[in-house]
Structure formats: C-alpha cells, structure tokens
Design a protein around this ligand. Structure first.
Ligand code: GLN
Length: 454
C-alpha cells in the first residue's frame, strides 16, 4: 500500500501525511506477535488504514486541513486512534479533508483538493474526500471518516465505496477535533459492507472520556453483515422517503435509486412509501445549528494554545495576535461559518434562529420515529448528483450545501445511516450511492440490508 501511495497519490492527493515509518513498525509488531504464536489482536490486525486528519495521533501531524494547525503534533491519541492501534490496524497516514470538516468536496482544504480516482477532474466528495478517495484508488483497504452532515456518506457515494455514520454516540468523539459537537460522528469507510462492519466493531463502544458516548452494547453489525450476505430480505420492511426526489436530482441518480428499490423488492423486502415532511427543513436547520456550534468550538484557536501564531513580535497585544492569527489561519468557508454562528447565537436573534432550528430538529426526530413505527429501514439516494467537477460549486455555497440534502436528517436526529455503492449512473458513468437509514442503536439493520443489496 505504501508503494501504491507513492505511485498514485501525486495525482489523487488523498493523503496529507504518510507515516511510512510508523506503519511499517506497526506491521512488524503484528508479524512478531503472530510469529510468537499469539492470536491476532483482532480480525483486522495487520490491515492498513487511512485516517482522516481530524483525529489526534500522538506525535503525528494533525491539521484538520487547516493552516491553523500546520505543524501541530498532538501529545495524545484520539480514542478511535488508540482502539485502531490496540486492534493491530496499521495506520498508513492522515487523509485530506475540507478545513475543520466544513464542505462537501474537499476543495476547502488549505492544502489543495483531493481528486476523485474515477475522474481526476472531479471532486471526491467531502469533507472526508481523502479517506474515500484512498479506498477508490486502492491506496488503502480501510479508512475512517467523520460525518456531521454527510461527510462519510457523500464521499462514499461519489467514489463508489461504503461509508457508515453510526448512531450518534456509538463511536467516541474524544480526540476528534470538534466541528459541531451534537452532530459529529466518526465511522468506518471500506470497499465492502463486511469490511466496514469489522472496522465498526473495533472503533465503537462506550468511552468515559466522551460525555455523549452511549453506554450500551455495540450493535451486532458483523453478524448482520454476514446474515445479509445470504441475499434474503424476506420480512424486512423498507421505507422509501418521498421527500428525496424531484428538482435538483439528476435523472441518472433517480433511475439508479429506482433500480435499487426494485432489487430490494426482488430480495424479498416489502417496499412502503413514507412521507417525512419536516425533512424539507433539515438543510436550513443544519446551517444554523452546525455553524452555531462551530463558532463556539473554534474559539479555542486563539493563537496561544495550538499551531499557528502570527505577529507575536513583542509589540502587539494578545488580542491583536489572536486576531491576526485567526485572519491568516482560517479559510473563507470557516470564517463564513463562524460569522453565521456568531450572528445566530447573538442575543435578540437566538430564539428566532437557533431556537427555531432546534424545534425543526425535534420535528425531524418525530418524523423518523413515526416512520420507524412501520418500517425497519428507510432508503433514499445518498446525494442528489454524481461527483461534480472541481471548481464547479466553489463560488456558490448554496449549491455546495445541497450535496447533503438527503444525509443531514440522520445527523439531526442522531440515528444510524450509511451509503452503499449502487452502480454507475446511466447518465455519466459515475458512481451512485444508496442511502440506508436505521433507528438509533439499530445499526445492524442497515448492515443486513446493505450486505444483501451489495
Ligand atoms: N457538507 C456539510 C458541511 O459542510 C457536512 C460536513 C460534514 O459532515 N463534516 O457542513
């Protein structure tokens, strides 16, 4: 895999940092362990993985795609990083992402865009474009992403790979640099559903270091993926969300979705149409809640604690240094989010904006609850279009935000959702993804359906 990275990453640019030495040392440890007659630490011991650069890695650079953290080497491992290491997974390096996970194309990285291996002129999705592109380019067989509004599922969809957002609280956020704490969720990226399930079980589980971590057994996702592989969905009720079609959806994506639903039916599933009217308000609610939380979380980048410090020449006050550093260290999209969030949280506007968005969030949770009273899983296209061209949406934030129309409701409600490859669009020959959503802590339901469909 290191050779493959050396061969193709000059054009794909999935990695921000390749830790060849660390990877080889980790691989050697697994070899020695096995040679000593010990059982492997996990089913994935010795398997290489690409880690999104939003997780802290002790002694290994962690930038979150931002100039603000250039050169920062964290003094500790995220819980996800630690669990991977304990399982003998070989971390190849850190993958490119939109700055602080804000974006849908990886074009907001301060270190330049990642390219989609299917067509190097197109985006690999975002914010975790580096992780999904590394899978599609065969640079790594496994990767980890984070999904606040779609950043695992949408890159999975446009690169033809599997991407899973577990139930909120299912995987620890300790050491995951925070964007929007009530929405952020780490999850597995892989080329097959079973690979994703195996990785899911390694990173999931209660963590006392994360106050929102769920103290409940890890959903049996590996067993469900194996069960689904028999291709029998008899007795499974699948709801088709009627809100996710129409204007803005490519006909090729909708045709692929119809074919996917027909296939699920053929596998024995019962197909039901389900209306979730509040989903129409998910995007505006998200773009108030996520920037509000981001404006608070990003206050920690004050030029004193981490990374970059600009203008500290002994003549300036701490406040001036902070201001110069934030001006130089944050990119345009991050600044836009901080300004929207600060405005939405201002006294006098709080109820009108943040308060209303929280009410919409409750309505979305209720829509999910009533849908899951009659169906086991919900399905939709993962994203309205296939991979767009690099530069196509950079001047139009609204067009960029619409990439997450179908993925955001699951983040707002906190339930589980994933994207599984659904063939190539008959319009442009590019990958399309099928989104499968399940109730909170019922992640195994979607794995079963995904494995049967795959
Ligand atoms: N594209 C969305 C945003 O820009 C979601 C990003 C994410 O899931 N991290 O906020």
């Amino acid at each position: 895999h290191l050779d493959r990275i050396a061969e193709v990453d000059g054009s794909v640019k999935a990695f921000l940092h390749v830790d060849a030495e660390g990877a080889l040392a980790a691989a050697r440890r697994v070899d020695e362990d096995v040679a000593a007659g010990n059982a492997p630490a996990s089913p994935l011991a010795g398997v290489p993985l690409a880690l999104k650069d939003v997780f802290t890695t002790e002694g290994v650079p962690t930038t979150c795609g931002s100039k603000m953290l250039e050169g920062w080497r964290p003094p500790y491992d995220a819980t996800v990083t630690r669990r991977l290491k304990e399982a003998g997974v070989v971390i190849l390096g850190k993958t490119n992402m939109d700055e602080f996970a804000m974006g849908s194309s990886t074009e907001n990285s301060a270190y330049g865009p990642t390219r989609n291996p299917w067509d190097l002129d197109r985006i690999p999705g975002g914010s975790g474009g580096g992780s999904s592109a590394s899978l599609a380019a065969f640079e790594a067989p496994l990767a980890i992403g984070t999904d606040t509004g779609g950043s695992i599922r949408q890159p999975g969809s446009v690169t033809g790979t599997v991407g899973v957002k577990p139930t909120y609280g299912g995987v620890s956020r300790y050491g995951l640099v925070a964007f929007s704490s009530s929405l952020d969720q780490a999850g597995p990226c892989a080329r097959t559903v079973l690979d994703a399930a195996l990785l899911h079980e390694i990173i999931a589980g209660h963590d006392p270091l994360d106050s929102t971590s769920v103290d409940a057994p890890v959903p049996p996702v590996v067993a469900a993926a194996r069960e689904g592989a028999n291709g029998d969905l008899t007795g499974v009720r699948v709801g088709v969300v009627t809100q996710f079609s129409g204007e803005g959806y490519q006909p090729g994506v909708l045709r692929s979705f119809e074919a996917a639903v027909a296939q699920l039916k053929q596998l024995g599933a019962e197909i039901v149409e389900v209306s979730c009217p509040s989903f129409d308000y998910a995007l505006p609610a998200y773009y108030l809640i996520a920037p509000s939380e981001a404006s608070s979380n990003l206050a920690r980048f004050d030029a004193m604690r981490y990374g970059l410090r600009v203008g500290d020449d002994g003549t300036r006050s701490a406040e001036e240094v902070m201001s110069l550093t934030r001006e130089a260290g944050f990119g345009a999209e991050v600044k836009r989010r901080i300004m929207i969030g600060t405005y939405a949280l201002s006294s006098g506007y709080y109820d009108a904006y943040y308060g209303s968005a929280q009410k919409v969030r409750t309505l979305i949770s209720r829509d999910f609850e009533s849908a899951f009273a009659t169906v086991d899983v919900l399905v939709s296209p993962t994203t309205p279009t296939t991979a767009f061209r690099i530069g196509e949406r950079t001047g139009d934030p609204m067009a960029m935000y619409k990439a997450d129309l179908c993925t955001i409701p699951a983040n707002l409600a906190g339930n589980a959702a994933m994207s599984v490859p659904s063939g190539l669009s008959d319009e442009d020959g590019l990958p399309v993804g099928l989104q499968i959503m399940a109730p909170a802590l019922q992640d195994h339901r979607m794995y079963r359906v995904a494995a049967a469909y795959e």
